[in-house]
Design a protein around this ligand. Sequence first.
Ligand code: CP
Length: 304
Amino acid sequence: MQKDLLGIQPLSAETIRHLLTSARRHKAKVRDPAQRDDTRKHVALNTLFYENSTRTKMSFLMAGEYLGAKAADLNVATGSVCKGETFLDTGKVLDRMGIDVLVVRHGMAGAPHLLARNVRACVVNGGDGSNEHPTQALLDALTILEHKGSFTGLNVAIVGDIANSRVARSNVFLLKTMGASVTLVGPATMLSAELATLGAAVTTDVRQAVRDADVVMALRIQAEREKGSKFPSLTEYARYFGVNASVLEGARPDALVMHPGPVNRGVELTADVIDGARSVILDQVENGVAVRMAVLEYCLEGLR
Ligand code: CP
């Protein structure tokens, strides 16, 4: 047990399995308020997000509430960060207030790691730059597991802005550890040589990547991390790399369509695919709360 969850890369298959099993147990509490308890009523959780979020921030706050903890958000836009207080000083201030869990999102890769070395509190990475988004990969894994039963032998195609994507990195680490095959596809300007060294296949041909896929995971175009465009226009991106019904014809008939959200409708996925029968995008959202409950329990065990 360890007090922080900073990435998937250091986790063993056994730890990943433990977290997913725990999340499956917690899922009942997401669905049924009568099953929630106050076992963590002495715990204080704070989200500290330097980048925008709906899913990650809200689901950590809900996960804390469903475990009986006191959960609050520091709104960075109205906090003393605006007066020049540093990230580390802000984290230390919250730590000395007795906060037990700090969930951090920051544009700088490694920011949660820096904080974890300097505070008593558990630090959970809610996304650090283009590095990792560990709880996203865990909720994706839970969603895949629920629908497919196992990772062994699965073909997973991850489509889009690979180079900028902390979601792609965390998913490659997790899926390879758990025995799935991963193909990364996107414009050549958005692919990552580093991820190719981790055993993922890499291509610029979306139809080739999706052929016989069990899971098609589209990623968001991250305009905020790009100063110059890596493709001529959104229309051209959608035409060559967007996932639509025609592209999905090459996948297995029972293939899942996933997206971490938020989706740029009509760019990464067409509306009929987002809202279609193969889409598990809202399952991912629901599983996000259960996974974050499991992660909070795991880190709190490590705090003792
Ligand atoms: N998938 C994800 O991280 O979504 P949010 O940015 O809404 O948290």
